[in-house]
Design a protein around this ligand. Sequence first.
Ligand SMILES: Nc1ncnc2c1ncn2[C@@H]1O[C@H](COP(=O)(O)OP(=O)(O)OP(=O)(O)O)[C@@H](O)[C@H]1O
Ligand SMILES: [Mg+2]
Length: 296
Amino acid sequence: MDRKRETLFYEVKPHVWRIEEDGQMFAVKRYKNQMTADKVRKLHDQLLAVEFPFIAPLSEKGTGHLVIQPWLTDTKPVDFAAPDGRRASLDTLDALHATRDVIDWEAAGYLPRFRLLNKWEHRLQRFRHNEQLVTPYIGSSAFEQFLTYGERALDVLKAVGPDDGPMTVLHGDVVHHNLLAAEDGTVYLIDFDLAAAGSPSVEIALWMHRVLPHVGYDAEALCSELPRLRQLSDVGIAMLRYPNEVLREWNYFAGLPDMGRRQIAGHLTRYTKQALGSWERLCEFSENELDRRSAR
Ligand SMILES: Nc1ncnc2c1ncn2[C@@H]1O[C@H](COP(=O)(O)OP(=O)(O)OP(=O)(O)O)[C@@H](O)[C@H]1O
Ligand SMILES: [Mg+2]
């Protein structure tokens, strides 16, 4: 007898669904750009071929603009406020970057080069344009200070020169909700839409930017907790000075309708003030570390 198949759709976001079919759950994502979907498919193929354990395999049913993978059940976004979450997410990123030992990512051809300076110059430029909108919340002095921190960080980064670390695959978007922690603590990676080729230290520094607000911006303590961070390249150390999260979030804020702005303004203002109170110390950490290295 033909049993009727039941499929349940739950919309996670306008372009992401959780689908339940015959007791199995899948994540379905629709891409605007098929080239991105193709990149994500090729990347998963290459990682699965070397049995990389921290991704969900893609279903062959996904074609064209659609990418389908098993839903990672019993997972939740990694908690950067918890030492275990920090360690496990760093381990997973290190494992991803270490695939360069078995995959020639430069030869892969479909990964764009990660262009940090271009991206960050553009981000700072947009923040500058948003002055009228941002200053009523944080004041013009804080606005100017963040502009100066951004400009100085870019100067230092240009002086340090390009990161000539080994080229590997970078996830490209290490926000907590793209790093899903299972009940045993293992962290899985989803959402490779921004994957690129670059130096591991660049991604680890971006991960530190995400984590630092959860440890009172104490980079020294974070490096003591996870000594592997002391191997960060000079570029990675210089990157810590750039107020990446603050600038990105205010630029995002500027693009929201009034209602959306009202919802996040209070939180974002407090977040920004907390960052400002700690930024000088973070810059000192970065500067001292670079001085110490050049004195060697
Ligand atoms: N395979 C999966 N298993 C479990 N949850 C998933 C899976 N794929 C997606 N999700 C959930 O759906 C959310 C959105 O998916 P995804 O990150 O791919 O979309 P996105 O629009 O690119 O997200 P963003 O740009 O906000 O990072 C994820 O943060 C996660 O909560
Ligand atoms: Mg995502």
